[in-house]
Write a protein that binds this ligand. Sequence first.
Ligand SMILES: Cc1cc2nc3c(=O)[nH]c(=O)nc-3n(C[C@H](O)[C@H](O)[C@H](O)COP(=O)(O)O)c2cc1C
Length: 365
Amino acid sequence: MSILFTPTRLGTLDVANRFVRSATGEGMCEADGAVTAALVDVYRALAVGGTGLIVTGHSFVRADGKAGAGMTGVHSDAMLPGLSALVGAVHETSAKVVCQLNHAGRQTQPEAIGGATPVAPSAVTNPANCVTPRELEAEEIEPLIEAYVDAAERCRRAGFDGVQLHCAHGYLMSEFISPHTNRRDDEWGGSVAARARFPLEVLRRIRSRLGREFPVLVKLNAEDFIAGGLILEESCAIGGLLEAEGIDAIEISAGMAETVERIMRKDITTEEQEAYFLPYARAFRQHVSVPLLCVAGLRSLAVMEQVVEGGAADMVSLCRPLIREPDLPAKFAAGSSRRATCISCNQCVRGPGKRLGCALDQTVA
Ligand SMILES: Cc1cc2nc3c(=O)[nH]c(=O)nc-3n(C[C@H](O)[C@H](O)[C@H](O)COP(=O)(O)O)c2cc1C
């Protein structure tokens, strides 16, 4: 049997196989962030399709952290019925589901957050959307930490199997970690430990409020791909700090909105082009012993097996292939060794009023 169909454990979280659906913002929620019936169907299809662990699309922990229209909200108890329905659909199978907690920081537009100026650790302009955020006052940081912890508690009440802290791709936690976007000279900026303090503090508070058993994962940038940004040596050190603080698993990604084409490489057609962040997983493996999730460019069963068998990561995490084929793991389980039919064109269909889907499939476009 392929190693990909053997069970694994992340902290207290038992997962039936090694397939993860990497967080995928579907943009399919109501204007207030409430889960729609169509979104519940997306999760049912993923669960039935054989993915062992599903990470939700990034979900805003506070109204001013919304990245764009249709984003899922975990900021208010009014969201609980929809969130519970989503979890319920997944739990009709043996699949597990964790909610990716996010605050968009400077990677949003004032229009998405009621006309307010986006907040960030420092007022560094985001060239991807031409927004210059407002620097957070020191006393504004504590309520933000609490917003994450409140959201984690809400997720547990909704029945989620855990949460994933979004520390990648240039959103608020990643902005704290990156020396490019964090120019602070107080206790939240400067050294690697000070820049990592915000997510570490959130992790500590979640642990103290919800207990050691509630699974907390992280998606972390290995690098930002920006001059003066986060580098691998620093991110590996942050991996160690997270491990010491009891993180249950680390998913390793890289890049920010201004380098998005490096987060989601296009035109992956050969096995050699796959698993393009695998070298980062290998580097992390030298520094931490916590379970690792390898994401980005995984398309072939053979490559996925090599990633896990080689010991670089415990699980393989897929985004774009599962938009086109939510049943890809089930196909592999049934004996198919055909690679994912996703062509990595980055034309995935999503957004308000649209069902998450593949642009190649005329029926969903
Ligand atoms: C439509 C779409 C939405 C995404 N939304 C998120 C998200 O909400 N959170 C996140 O961490 N990454 C998000 N990503 C990035 C993916 O999780 C993943 O890191 C990246 O696409 C590379 O993996 P892949 O080659 O399997 O697609 C998104 C990617 C796409 C294409």
